[in-house]
Design a protein. Structure first.
Lengths: 181, 214
């Protein structure tokens, strides 16, 4: 069961979620919808940018379930017994604490030549840097080292670098993707 | 989250288009301002316009040459554009194509017709992995059939043969998915059908065996 794809991320939800894979020439999004998996390929040669940012409503993930559990705990404490109330109270606090400790959830925008798609690439912001480094390394291998350093320190009002024109015949390097991780 | 994987937020960023942005910048998702990536210690930066925290990774665009050259006299021409010069040969059907029609899938050059045919007919053949845009998870369907009859037991009459048919017909499917997976779900589905008879048999026979009665 050898696969050319290496799993790099999983962003799950109740409906199934999206798994992200890297291969030698593309970043693959596999979205589970009921009993089907839809694939979308972002070819590394066409990749222009990835932007990751924190979701504005991530705190609600901690506040809403935590508050509901604490409210249930208060009701149980009052009308049932204190032990059950304490158990639910601790559950609520642990839930909120874990969510806060894991940090903000993330959204992402992937731009390729001619298309821009909003898809969650990482679940949490704290994983973004490591994952983007993997994708960056794969892009460099796929383009055969034809990339200059794109991000340079400069005032934000000025462009970072100019786009380079590379003919499509430029052969990708053959280094396996597994070596990058 | 985008519900459709193929939903495109915007397309085209050529000069003169509404989506044009300076080279070396990305569009801030918060305010649509042009943000140039900065070299920071943690990789994080804030948008200068809306103060949104961003992690940006930018790569120089590789522009493919899609300017099909006009064919000269007695020069091979594109099958789809008879006035355009030959650029490549479709490795599926052998048609000559111009730079505009030449679609590159990895190391393979294909024409638009073969590309579309490949997308539509992308089956369970490993050789068609490049075309694959969707897989149906027959093993997961079988697993659901095997266990969901518990909710409404008469369904077992249809669920059991359906699970067997799916297993026989698509037994090799999980290993040929674009992301292969083992076929254990088919077998766990059978477990869903037989656990109740086994349990009932055990409950009936066990007391007799323990009690020593025939």
């Amino acid at each position: 069961m050898q696969s050319a794809f290496l799993k790099i991320s999983r962003v799950g939800n109740l409906a199934g979620g999206i798994k992200w894979y890297l291969s030698e020439d593309c970043l693959l999004a596999a979205k589970r919808v009921m009993y089907t998996v839809e694939y979308r390929r972002f070819y590394l040669r066409d990749l222009e940018s990835i932007v990751v940012w924190p979701k504005r409503v991530w705190l609600l993930r901690a506040i809403i379930p935590g508050s509901l559990l604490l409210a249930l705990a208060a009701l149980l404490w009052q009308f049932a017994n204190s032990t059950t109330g304490a158990v639910f109270g601790v559950l609520g606090l642990v839930w909120a604490g874990v969510e806060l400790a894991l940090g903000p959830t993330a959204e992402a925008r992937i731009s390729t030549t001619g298309a821009t798609v909003d898809l969650p690439l990482v679940k949490r912001m704290r994983h973004a840097r490591k994952l983007l480094a993997k994708v960056d390394a794969a892009v460099r291998v796929a383009r055969g080292g034809a990339i200059e350093e794109p991000a340079v320190a400069m005032p934000a009002a000025q462009p970072a670098t100019a786009s380079t024109e590379i003919p499509s015949e430029a052969a990708p390097a053959a280094a396996p993707i597994r070596d990058l991780t | 989250m985008s519900l459709n994987l193929f939903t495109v937020t915007d397309s085209g960023s050529g000069i003169g288009s509404a989506n044009f942005r300076p080279a070396g910048t990305v569009v801030c998702p918060g305010c649509n301002g042009d943000v140039a990536p900065l070299e920071t210690a943690g990789g994080w930066q804030t948008c200068p316009f809306c103060e949104k925290r961003l992690h940006i990774r930018l790569w120089p665009a590789i522009r493919r040459n899609t300017n099909a050259v006009v064919a000269m006299a007695e020069q091979a021409t594109c099958f789809f554009h008879p006035d355009k010069a030959f650029q490549a040969c479709c490795q599926r059907c052998g048609r000559f194509v111009c730079a505009l029609c030449d679609l590159q899938l990895g190391a393979e050059h294909v024409c638009p017709t073969c590309f579309e045919r490949g997308r539509v007919n992308s089956g369970l053949n490993d050789g068609k992995a490049e075309w694959r845009h969707r897989d149906v998870l027959y093993d997961s369907i079988s697993l659901t059939l095997g266990w969901s009859w518990i909710i409404f037991w008469p369904v077992i009459v249809a669920a059991l043969p359906a699970a067997i048919i799916l297993h026989v017909k698509y037994r090799k499917a999980p290993r040929s998915y674009l992301i292969p997976r083992p076929g254990w779900r088919f077998w766990v589905a059978y477990l869903g059908f037989i656990w109740l008879p086994i349990l009932l048999t055990a409950l009936i026979l066990l007391p007799r065996l323990v009690g020593g009665r025939p």
